[in-house]
Design a protein around this ligand. Structure first.
Ligand code: HEC
Ligand code: HEC
Length: 157
């Protein structure tokens, strides 16, 4: 019964696993401190795009965060890590990157395999991590191929 319900929900598109998701919904119950602290330099990356292990590495290294200092009060870091872990991608290589980079995961590579690496270095984009350069609504967790920015549309297949 339970599995039938799940199957029904999947067919109805009610549950969209990130594997197929253009729309990666941001989980409910996100602590305000996550949104305020983790979206000041880039979009708040949806927790389900990285496995636990990656998030732990990110949160344990905020002082040296990809060349920035993103350190937080310990209580805030704890709240954020708990939220990220609760909503992380399942373990396994698709969403695993010890670097803590979503852009290093196999999942990311598959979604963007037709985009030349030069596109990510172009002046309008600068970095593969700069989701919002190409995805309209990246700040709300929307990454559909039908909601690309003008820049993003240039790299569509
Ligand atoms: C002071 C600025 C700053 C803050 C605050 C910040 N970050 Fe970052 N973050 C960066 C920079 C810079 C990068 C590297 C971006 C690039 O490579 O283009 C980055 C990259 C990342 C990446 C890897 C992106 C990828 O896939 O390549 C993750 C994941 C990440 N940040 C998570 C977080 C989380 C979680 C928080 C909140 C606890 C946070 N960041 C707060 C500056 C910041
Ligand atoms: C250089 C532009 C660019 C950047 C930067 C970029 N993307 Fe994309 N992304 C695209 C394009 C173009 C497509 C559509 C690919 C296709 O048509 O084959 C896509 C597809 C996707 C899809 C699949 C959408 C669907 O409807 O199936 C997801 C999910 C996604 N990107 C997430 C991200 C995330 C998360 C980031 C940042 C960490 C990111 N993208 C950064 C250009 C970009």
């Amino acid at each position: 019964m339970k599995s039938k319900l799940l199957l029904g929900a999947l067919l109805a598109g009610l549950i969209a696993p990130p594997s197929q998701a253009g729309s990666v919904t941001l989980p409910s119950g996100a602590p305000p401190v996550w949104k305020s602290e983790c979206s000041s330099c880039h979009v708040a990356y949806p927790p389900q795009l990285l496995a636990k292990h990656g998030w732990q590495n990110v949160m344990n290294g905020l002082q040296k965060h990809f060349g920035s200092d993103a350190s937080l009060a310990p209580a805030d870091a704890k709240t954020i890590l708990a939220f990220l872990e609760r909503n992380a991608a399942p373990d396994g290589e698709r969403f695993d990157a010890a670097s803590g980079r979503i852009t290093d995961t196999r999942w990311y590579g598959r979604k963007h395999h037709e985009i030349p690496s030069s596109a990510f270095r172009s002046p309008e984009v600068k970095s593969a991590a700069n989701c919002q350069a190409c995805h309209e609504g990246a700040d709300k967790g929307r990454f559909s191929e039908y909601a690309l920015t003008a820049v993003g549309r240039r790299f569509e297949d």
